[in-house]
Design a protein around this ligand. Structure first.
Ligand SMILES: C[S@@+](CC[C@H](N)C(=O)[O-])C[C@H]1O[C@@H](n2cnc3c(N)ncnc32)[C@H](O)[C@@H]1O
Length: 309
């Protein structure tokens, strides 16, 4: 049995309802400063850090010490230059006690072409990884990728150095032994994720492709763990988490998007029920196949902060 808890309301209020150290992974994409102001509102770039810090403080409270927070964000262009709110946010979150462990790049494979006078088309976003502790859960083998042609070409003729541990030339203390990869068909991925943006109109203007939360859920959690998206929009993270047998918590301030998320969770629940039926067709009823239990909470003070429409 996995649970989905959906909260309608401002996550800055809703997060307070969650117990401390109860979440294994947060994957989220908050509104970027001022973008999408015509759909779900936006925060002024200069106010962004101040707006976000109470959220990250609550996320730190609810995250387990072994957990991870993945923040999808991108700085917008203001008056012809990139605004610095993302950089300022990283520094402020470090002050708040977070470790900025890693930065993944989401390369948006299908971004459309365009012409701007002083820059090229934007085809990537940041996925910032924050942790509370240096020792966090990470299941690297779950995201291994096929070795590809590289191995065949590179490992055919090994040099003397390839057979020894070759220390890094930049003095990082790391080293590599290329010969270690002989006979393997999978390798660890890089920190660049090549994924197309979601193109199906899911009635929300900034939907994650399913593969994005899926990749981080595989990397940082196990079945039965708990995944949270405090800005869930259409509910992609929650839906994918449930499909992967993780408990899921989602929060959304706008009722119309909350409804989309509820519909999407219902669909995941129905398909998991059908799966359970299929799995159980030759077994007696009452078998313990996974099922999804959904609870929704509607906040009474959800309009404390009026979203822009
Ligand atoms: C970038 S979208 C997230 C899209 C989501 N990743 C998906 O796949 O659909 C951000 C969402 O956060 C919601 N939001 C904005 N402020 C919020 C707040 N204070 N609390 C909860 N949700 C909020 C917006 O309405 C919007 O749906």
């Amino acid at each position: 049995m996995v649970d989905a808890s959906l909260y309608l309301g401002d996550c800055r209020e809703q997060l307070r309802m969650l117990p401390a150290e109860s979440v294994d992974l947060v994957v989220t994409s908050p509104p970027y400063a001022d973008s999408r102001s015509t759909t779900y509102g936006g925060v002024k770039p200069d106010d962004y850090v101040e707006w976000f810090l109470p959220v990250s403080a609550e996320l730190s409270r609810v995250l387990k010490p072994t957990g991870t927070f993945v923040l999808n964000i991108k700085e917008k262009v203001v008056n012809g230059e990139r605004h610095t709110y993302v950089i300022e946010l990283i520094l402020a979150m470090r002050q708040q006690g977070w470790l900025w462990t890693e930065e993944f790049i989401w390369h948006k494979k299908n971004s459309y072409p365009g012409k701007w006078p002083n820059r090229f088309r934007d085809s990537w976003e940041r996925l910032l990884q924050f942790n509370k502790d240096r020792k966090f859960h990470m299941y690297q083998d779950e995201v291994m990728v096929p070795m590809g042609d590289w191995a065949e070409r590179r490992l055919k003729k090994l040099s003397h150095t390839d057979n020894m541990r070759d220390p890094s030339k930049v003095g990082s203390g790391f080293g590599k032994r290329v010969a270690n990869w002989i006979g393997r068909d999978k390798a660890y991925p890089t920190n660049v994720l090549h994924m197309a943006t979601e193109t199906k109109n899911r009635n929300h203007s900034a939907v994650f492709p399913d593969d994005l939360p899926k990749w981080f859920i595989k990397l940082f959690t196990q079945p039965g763990d708990c995944v949270l998206d405090p800005f869930m929009g259409s509910g992609t993270t929650v839906k994918v988490a449930l499909q992967m047998r993780r408990n899921a918590i989602g929060m959304e301030i706008l009722p119309e998007y909350f409804q989309l998320a509820q519909d999407s969770v219902d669909a995941a629940r129905i398909s998991s029920g059908q799966l359970a039926l299929l799995e159980n067709k030759d077994r007696p009823l009452g078998n313990s196949s996974p099922k999804i239990r959904v609870s929704t909470r509607i906040s009474l003070n959800r309009w404390d902060i009026e979203p822009k429409r």
